[in-house]
Design a protein around this ligand. Structure first.
Ligand code: MET
Ligand SMILES: [Zn+2]
Ligand SMILES: [Zn+2]
Length: 428
C-alpha cells in the first residue's frame, strides 16, 4: 500500500541520516550522532541518558521499561564510530548514503554497524506501534571508540556502576554479513594482538654485503612470519578449519629507510627497521606458545630485534579471572541462544551454525564480566564489505533485518524462566 511504502521510505531515510553523520576516525563527530540518537529516542518516548566516562566520548543509554523490572534486562548494543574511508576510491561518496538503482545503500557503516543500531530502533518503533509491552526492560546502548579498541567506550562501561545498574542479562552486539542465505551468529571471538617488531643493525654503504643489517634482520622475521601465515591459511583453504579457528597475521605497516628530499637515500643501509602486524588469536589457541614464537623466532634478541605488543591488554581482555578464554555457551545452559534461533526462524530467516568471530567486537568486554553476548547482524545474501571500499547494504536486506529484530526483541523481552506453560513457579 502507499502508506506502507511511505513508511518504508521514512525508515530508509532515517538510516541514511545516521549514515551521513561523520563518526569516522580519527575525529568522529559524536556530538552529532548523540543528538540524532536522542532525537529518535524522543520520537519513540524512550527514556534517554548520556554518560561520559571519558570527556567527549558519550555513551547513550535508551530505556524501554519492562513490566517486570526485577528480571535481568536485555541490552541491544552497538558502536557509533566507523573506520575511515578513502573517498576517491568509492563509486559513491562514503558519507552520502546514496541508494543506487538496484537498492544498494552505499556508506561507511552501512554494514559495520550503523545498520544494526537503526534496526534496533526501527524494531522498537514497530513493536511500540503494536502496543507490545516488554516484560524485561530493554536497553539500547550506543558507545564510542570500538574501532580503536573500545577502551574509552565498552571497556570502561562494562566495568562501571552505570552498567551494573542496568542489571543486564544478555547482550546483543554485531556480527557479520553472510554471502549466502543463512544469517550468522557468533558466540566468541578472536583476540587482537597488535605486534610491532623492530630490528637494528649497523648502517653501511648501499653496495656492501654484510650480515646483521637492520633490513636483513627484519626480512628474516618477515619470511618466518609469512611461512606461519601460510600454514594457518592452508588449514582454511583445505577446509579443515574456519576463519575464526586459526591464528591470522597480516602486515599493517613497514617503516624503514633514511628520508631524503626526493624520497629515500638509496645508497645507505638504514640502522633501524620496523614492521607492524595485526594478529588475531582464537580463544582455543595456545597463547603462550605464540608468545614464545614471537620472542624466539620473530623478534629474537640474538638478531638484534625487539618487539612490542601494542595493545597488550587486549590479549588479556578475552580471558576470565582464571585465565580461561571467555565464550558464550550455545547449549541448553544458555536459553538466549535457542531463543535467538527460534526468533530468527519465526521471522522467516535461516541461521547458520554458531561461529567464532574472526575479528574483534566490544562483546568481549561484556563476556569478560560474565555475561552471555551474541554477535549478530542480520545481513544475508550480502558480500562482506566491512572496512572495505564501497561498503553497502541492500535496502531489502536492511528492512528484513528489522523484522528479525522485532521477532528477537519480542522473544527476549517476554522470556521469563519462572513461567512454564503459563504457570509461574510461584504458583506451583
Ligand atoms: C582491535 S579492537 C576491534 C576493532 C575492530 N572491530 C577490529 O576487529 O579490528
Ligand atoms: Zn569495524
Ligand atoms: Zn563493528
Amino acid at each position: 500500500s502507499s502508506s506502507s511504502s511511505s513508511e518504508e521510505s521514512n525508515i530508509i531515510s532515517r538510516f541514511q541520516q545516521y549514515l551521513q553523520i561523520k563518526t569516522n576516525h580519527p575525529t568522529p563527530n559524536y556530538t552529532q550522532s548523540s543528538q540524532f540518537l536522542i532525537s529518535l529516542s524522543k520520537s519513540l518516548s524512550l527514556e534517554s541518558q548520556t554518560i561520559e566516562l571519558v570527556p567527549g566520548k558519550p555513551i547513550i543509554i535508551l530505556k524501554w521499561a519492562g513490566t517486570s523490572p526485577e528480571l535481568p534486562s536485555i541490552m541491544l548494543y552497538s558502536h557509533t564510530d566507523v573506520v575511515p574511508a578513502e573517498h576517491d576510491k568509492w563509486v559513491h561518496h562514503p558519507f552520502k548514503a546514496h541508494v543506487d538503482d538496484e537498492g544498494r545503500i552505499y556508506a561507511r557503516g552501512s554494514q559495520d554497524m550503523k545498520c544494526v543500531s537503526m534496526q534496533y530502533l526501527e524494531a522498537v518503533r514497530i513493536l511500540k506501534s503494536w502496543d507490545f509491552q516488554p516484560k524485561r526492560t530493554v536497553y539500547l546502548v550506543f558507545a564510542p571508540d570500538e574501532e580503536i579498541g573500545g577502551h574509552d567506550g565498552a571497556e570502561k562501561f562494562s566495568l562501571s556502576k552505570d552498567f551494573q545498574d542496568l542489571n543486564v542479562g544478555i547482550v546483543l552486539d554485531e556480527g557479520l554479513a553472510s554471502p549466502d542465505e543463512h544469517y550468522r551468529a557468533f558466540y566468541a571471538e578472536r583476540s587482537p594482538w597488535w605486534l610491532v617488531i623492530k630490528a637494528v643493525g649497523a648502517p653501511g654503504h648501499g653496495s656492501k654485503l654484510y650480515d646483521n643489517s637492520a633490513m636483513e634482520n627484519l626480512l628474516k622475521s618477515i619470511e618466518s612470519i609469512r611461512r606461519f601465515r601460510a600454514s594457518q591459511f592452508d588449514l582454511i583453504k583445505a577446509g579443515l578449519k574456519a576463519e575464526g579457528d586459526v591464528v591470522s597475521i597480516n602486515m599493517a605497516f613497514l617503516k624503514a629507510g633514511t628520508p631524503s628530499p626526493t624520497g629515500f637515500v638509496m645508497n645507505l643501509q638504514p640502522s633501524e627497521a620496523e614492521a607492524g602486524f595485526d594478529i588475531r588469536v582464537p580463544p582455543t589457541a595456545d597463547a603462550e606458545s605464540l608468545e614464545r614464537r614471537i620472542a624466539e623466532e620473530w623478534a629474537p634478541s640474538c638478531r638484534n630485534m625487539s618487539f612490542r605488543l601494542g595493545q597488550f591488554k587486549q590479549k588479556l581482555s578475552v580471558l576470565d579471572a582464571s585465565g580461561k578464554p571467555v565464550i558464550t555457551k550455545t547449549d541448553s545452559s544458555n536459553p538466549w541462544w535457542a531463543l535467538l534461533e527460534n526468533a530468527v526462524q519465526e521471522s522467516g530467516g535461516k541461521l547458520g551454525k554458531p561461529e567464532i568471530f574472526p575479528a574483534s567486537t566490544d562483546a568481549r568486554y561484556f563476556r569478560r564480566v560474565g555475561l552471555p553476548a551474541i554477535g549478530f547482524s542480520p545481513m544475508a545474501n550480502t558480500p562482506i564489505l566491512l572496512h572495505d571500499h564501497n561498503e553497502y547494504l541492500h535496502k531489502d536486506e536492511y528492512l528484513k533485518g528489522i523484522k528479525v529484530y522485532e521477532s528477537i526483541i519480542k522473544a527476549y523481552a517476554s522470556f521469563d524462566e519462572r513461567v512454564k506453560d503459563g504457570t509461574s513457579k510461584d504458583e506451583l
